[in-house]
Design a protein around this ligand. Structure first.
Ligand SMILES: Nc1ncnc2c1ncn2[C@@H]1O[C@H](COP(=O)(O)OP(=O)(O)OP(=O)(O)O)[C@@H](O)[C@H]1O
Length: 311
């Protein structure tokens, strides 16, 4: 069995039906061991997933707020350029967005919008086609703007768009960590696999994390991870670690309708507790090794001042 047809079979088994063949595949490879380091490095975490509607923005907003509520300095960049939704989800009313930054009309500092629990948001701008098709120089300008912050955050959460556009891959590859949000739908698994393939093959990303969203319990979440990891272990040069799960929770939908984060509105709800647990897990991650990579990255090893106290 050649490698391509092997992948085909595995993908079909993963989603329970035949899957059209994708171009190219990769040999499995090793993962460099992450070196322990101090907890004061600025860390960028992209929240991605490939498929639309799997809960990327929900995870980015609530994980960001859970980290912020635990006393960390957190900025959330809405990187769904041109179709901003983080500000809408949180009921914020930005007067400027990333487009104004690119045009030199404001600094990144001036763009930061305060949200509940100490979270700060960089809005993406809505309805601007130009923002949905940024070129590499513009991606680099946005990423570099974070180097100019007088007080760099401890965490930068980057909420990426759906799909595999440069807006997704450039921002994801520039982050030290990438969380793939996956739900129990065949297209979610295959799209997450597709994104993992592009990030590993074209950008040299060697480790991803997976959060299972809208699942019933941890068993289902781990099963979902197993399906994805089984195929990626075999065909991609990237390791996908399980990093947590969020239950399907009606409270979460209600919070979104009220333009609030569930973590803020109903801190004891099932999903809020899951986001707090996820935040605790994220805060225990070791520093990733990204040595030898020749690409633009958020912060590039910059350190942040000492952490604050829980809010
Ligand atoms: N754990 C959950 N329980 C219940 N509903 C959820 C959960 N996670 C997300 N949702 C709902 O799913 C919908 C899509 O979520 P969200 O907008 O976060 O997805 P997305 O991946 O960012 O979508 P897009 O790629 O289109 O921006 C929202 O209505 C949200 O309320």
């Amino acid at each position: 069995m050649d490698q391509a047809s092997g992948l085909q079979r595995m993908l079909s088994a993963m989603v329970g039906r035949p899957v059209p063949e994708a171009a190219g595949s990769h040999q499995a490879g090793g993962l460099p061991t992450a070196a322990p380091a101090t907890r004061r490095m600025c860390r960028a975490i992209a929240v991605a997933g490939g498929k639309g509607g799997v809960g990327k923005s929900t995870v980015a907003v609530n994980l960001g707020m859970a980290l912020s509520a635990a006393g960390h300095e957190v900025i959330l960049l809405d990187a769904d350029m041109g179709l901003a939704n983080v500000d809408v989800m949180l009921g914020l009313t930005p007067s400027r967005h990333v487009g104004h930054l690119l045009d030199g009309e404001c600094t990144l500092e001036e763009l930061l919008l305060p949200a509940p629990r100490g979270l700060r948001v960089v809005p993406a701008g809505s309805g601007a086609r130009r923002l949905a098709q940024l070129d590499n120089g513009e991606h680099a300008a946005i990423i570099r703007a974070f180097d100019e912050l007088a007080q760099p955050p401890e965490y930068l959460l980057v909420d990426t768009a759906a799909g595999l556009s440069d807006n997704v891959t450039m921002f994801a590859a520039a982050a030290a960590e990438v969380i793939l949000v996956v739900c129990d739908e065949p297209a979610s698994l295959t799209d997450a696999y597709g994104l993992a393939k592009v990030l590993s093959r074209d950008f040299g990303v060697r480790r991803l994390r997976m959060v299972a969203n809208m699942v019933r319990n941890e068993g289902d979440a781990r099963q979902l991870h197993h399906k994805l990891a089984r195929v990626s272990d075999r065909f991609l040069d990237v390791v996908i670690d399980f990093c947590g799960w969020v239950p399907h929770d009606e409270r979460l939908r209600q919070a979104i309708r009220r333009q609030s984060a569930v973590v803020d509105l109903w801190p004891s709800s099932q999903s809020s507790l899951a986001f707090k647990k996820l935040a605790g897990a994220v805060d225990k991650w070791a520093e990733p090794e990204r040595t030898g990579l020749d690409r633009i990255a958020f912060f590039g090893g910059r350190e942040t001042p000492a952490q604050g106290m829980p809010r």
